[in-house]
Design a protein around this ligand. Sequence first.
Ligand code: ATP
Ligand code: MG
Length: 561
Amino acid sequence: MNKTADVTAPSDFIREVVADDLRTGKHTKIVTRFPPEPNGYLHIGHAKSICLNFGIAHEFNGVCNIRMDDTNPTKEETEYVDSIMADVHWLIDDWADKNLGGAPLYTSDYFDRLYQFALQLIDKGKGYVDDMTPEETDEFRRLGKESRFRNRPIAENRDLFERMKAGEFPDGTRTLRAKIDVNAPNVWLRDPVLYRIRHASHHHTGDKWCIYPMYDWAHTLSDYIEGITHSICTLEFEVHRPLYDWILQALELSPPVPHQYEFARLNLTYAVMSKRKLIQLVREKLVNGWDDPRMLTISGLRRRGVTASALRAFAYNIGITKYPSMTDMAVLDHTIREEFNRTAERRLVVLHPIKVVLTNYPEGKVEELEAVNNPEDENAGRRKVSFGRELFIDAADFMEAPPPKYFRLKPGGEVRLKYAYIIKCDEVIKDGSDNVSELHCTVDLESKSGGATSNRKVKGTIHWVSAAHARDVEVRLYDRLFSEAEPDAAGDFKSSINPNSLEIVNAKCEPALSDATPEKRYQFERLGYFALDPDSTASKQVWNRTVTLKDTWAKEAKKSG
Ligand code: ATP
Ligand code: MG
């Protein structure tokens, strides 16, 4: 099984606050939330936030709510809600799922209460209906100017707001604004808009509403309604915090009230992370859907073969700070390798086969040689691999005119076949167009691996499969989707798409791979870690390379740098 213990819980400034609040009795039960807007699939940045919020709930015996932040009216979010739930479940089930029920919460379920809170705000003289256009409102806020509607009597505000809700006014003609301070240095406090008119159907509430709450109003009060203790978001919202606190105070809500904390979002090299850009990649068919294994969506990572435990380990390793930073993609790859090295069984697979004929090995003879399934895990056991006169080796392991210090196979040279014998290349057979079609080699029958007769050593060891026993499989070799470390910096991120991000090969594998299951990960020896793709059929397996064995990009960077 791939299941591994999670790394130990990290410590950071948010967890310190949580621990303190429990110690001092400020809170007796911690409630966090993860509030995605259902307008796209979740990506690896969201995974960081999910692991933080569910992680804290898990570590401190609290609860984490999942709330669809659906304040924008749309008709087509079912696909997104479903994918979000599937991704969150996949990421946290068997770990921190004890409080996650079947259905998510929806901000739109609170629309009635949010409306009642708005009436209360008006009654307290802290909210007013403004008849200015959205453009005028923006302009006045920028200039720090008061609207001529700012000092409307409470009764008139109430009447107009009720009529806004009743649908009497067209879109954009009126808004509800908070009455705070039009000159506040923090622009978010310059009488922000709390409600706008939009005659549009909502996925969840249908045509019931034609006024919709703005983010700050909806978010703050949803947190309050749910009894959230620690409302954790990314740094961009730091400037919203005074408004968050103002809303709670203006309504004179009884404690405990939530408090907002901000952390630095995940930025990864060789990646784009904004949903808007991910949607472009999908819509313009630059990738094969949201779960394309090159996408850094949770569903793409899953399809590529990344396990939930590896993704959680990654989220924990990178830590939580207050400082914006860029995480190297190599950190993700490293985390995956570290887990898979422990859990993945080894198999022999030849990606670009060339035939090898062992001219001194008896025709028809087959030996069953012993191979170790996982040198890191004795319990993984051993298996037999068949060896015969005709084999496949990888084209990448043979060079006709190699440079010095080439330790794989070359004319006249020797190499060890993993788990088997040392062979020597005697003759290179070519086809009509001068391509190598076959290698004729002799095998040193005294050199069997683990054999008693010889412990002769040669510098190179390569993988192989017996031609008579090999099965055909499709292997999808994925590389980074972008070839620039910062695709966003180049202006148009699409111009740095890596044209070689996918290579599909027809490979030969040893028969033992036929028993593979989608839950397990495999190391194709010397090639990388692989997982079965759902495109696999009964007659043909399709494999995705989850990660290479070594960081090939570090070398590239050095070369060009
Ligand atoms: P995007 O910018 O990709 O569109 P978003 O912030 O608009 O993302 P939401 O659905 O609103 O997407 O995000 C849900 C939660 O995930 C928020 O609490 C947000 O702070 C968090 N989140 C989004 N992106 C990241 C990231 N890169 N790193 C950490 N947390 C993130
Ligand atoms: Mg958002």
